[in-house]
Design a binder for this molecule. Structure first.
Ligand code: SF4
Ligand code: SF4
Length: 335
């Protein structure tokens, strides 16, 4: 008997829509081919769907009455619970109901719940700047479990909310997660301590960064646009940020670092408010405050001063240039 397709509903709440735009950049395969090949049917997406004929609210009612299965609920954007916990800042168009209540109702019925993007996961950008809308993530508020659904929440199939965090998310992080849900291979052990799929968070952004050689010798850029490592002066958090952005490139060839911008650790709760400019490295006594994950401070300081003393001229020159000014030496044999 043919397997029934999985019914996926994608809702948008307090976000910018960037995660949907990113999803549309999926290639090899594209979004629709990927969903079809994993047996997933897109029941509804606010920007991509034209149906159902009787309207979105009727579809919601069918789900609530049990006439329509809901296998996967994806939410993009934080849930705005203000003012005073009423959710009235954001009402579902045409119904007058707070979106907060709709999301809660659907999450209780869904087989799996996926928070797409750091807003839906932890509050993200929407929760920044004093959080006047009282934005929360589905299962977290910042680093604290709870969020809209409460710390004990489990979806019908038993998993907690899966936080495909990122701002935006890489299309393949989302599609890979959906594929694993479709074939039943995603277990709780494959989620990291912040509920993110380890398929992309067991790696650091630093891994595969083309500036690695500059990092090793602490040959640092001093201005954006220069080729050197961006950690010492320009705020790069790639050595602490969990994501595979420099191994699984964006649009086939890009990443923030490859575009010349420091990593801002957008897959982590609270990234939106580092307390300083994104392109500044806070230091105490000349030592960066945020040191690489897993590296004791004393080691870092010792290694940094050793490697600075040994920096090849080529790296020193190129670190402060916008294009390679000193190429690697090519040994030649003289006649
Ligand atoms: S996580 Fe970032 S890109 Fe995605 S909806 Fe929120 S603000 Fe937009
Ligand atoms: S720029 Fe950032 S990610 Fe790249 S090597 Fe330096 S610290 Fe690592």
């Amino acid at each position: 008997m043919a397997k029934e397709s999985l019914q996926l509903m994608w809702l948008q709440s307090g976000g910018c829509g960037g995660c949907s735009l990113s999803l549309l950049c999926a290639e090899n395969p594209d979004l629709y081919t990927a969903l079809a090949s994993h047996g997933i049917e897109l029941l509804w997406h606010p920007a991509l769907s034209v149906g159902p004929e009787d309207g979105f609210l009727a579809l919601l009612q069918r789900i609530v009455r049990g006439e329509q299965r809901l296998d996967i609920l994806c939410l993009e954007g934080a849930v705005m619970t203000g003012p005073n916990g009423t959710g009235a800042f954001h009402r579902l168009s045409g119904s007058g109901r707070p979106m907060m209540a709709v999301v809660k109702e659907l999450a209780a019925l869904a087989g799996q719940v996926v928070a797409v993007g750091s807003c839906a996961a932890y509050g993200g950008v929407t929760a920044g700047g004093g959080n006047h809308t009282q934005a929360v993530g589905l299962h977290y508020v910042g680093r604290k479990r709870g969020g809209l659904l409460g710390a004990a929440f489990r979806a019908r199939q038993g998993l907690p909310v899966i936080n495909v965090a990122g701002c935006p998310t890489h299309p393949n992080w989302v599609l890979e997660c959906l594929a694993e849900l479709a074939d039943g291979s995603l277990t709780e052990a494959q989620l990291d301590p912040l509920g993110r799929p380890r398929a992309y968070t067991d790696t650091l952004v630093h891994h595969g960064c083309p500036r690695n050689e500059f990092y090793e010798y602490k040959a640092s850029a001093e201005k954006l646009g220069q080729l050197g490592c961006l950690m010492e002066h320009l705020g790069c958090l790639g050595t602490q940020a969990h994501a595979d952005c420099n191994l699984r490139l964006w649009n086939g060839e890009g990443s923030c670092l490859r575009g010349g911008y420091p990593c801002i650790n957008c897959t982590a709760p609270g990234f939106q408010e580092p307390g300083h400019a994104f392109t500044a490295t806070p230091k105490v006594a000349g030592i960066p405050v945020g040191l690489p994950t897993d590296m004791p401070k004393a080691w870092f300081v010792a290694l940094a001063s050793l490697s600075k003393a040994a920096t090849p001229k080529r790296l020193r020159d190129n670190a402060l240039a916008e294009h390679i000014v000193t190429p690697p030496a090519t040994p030649v044999e003289r006649p």
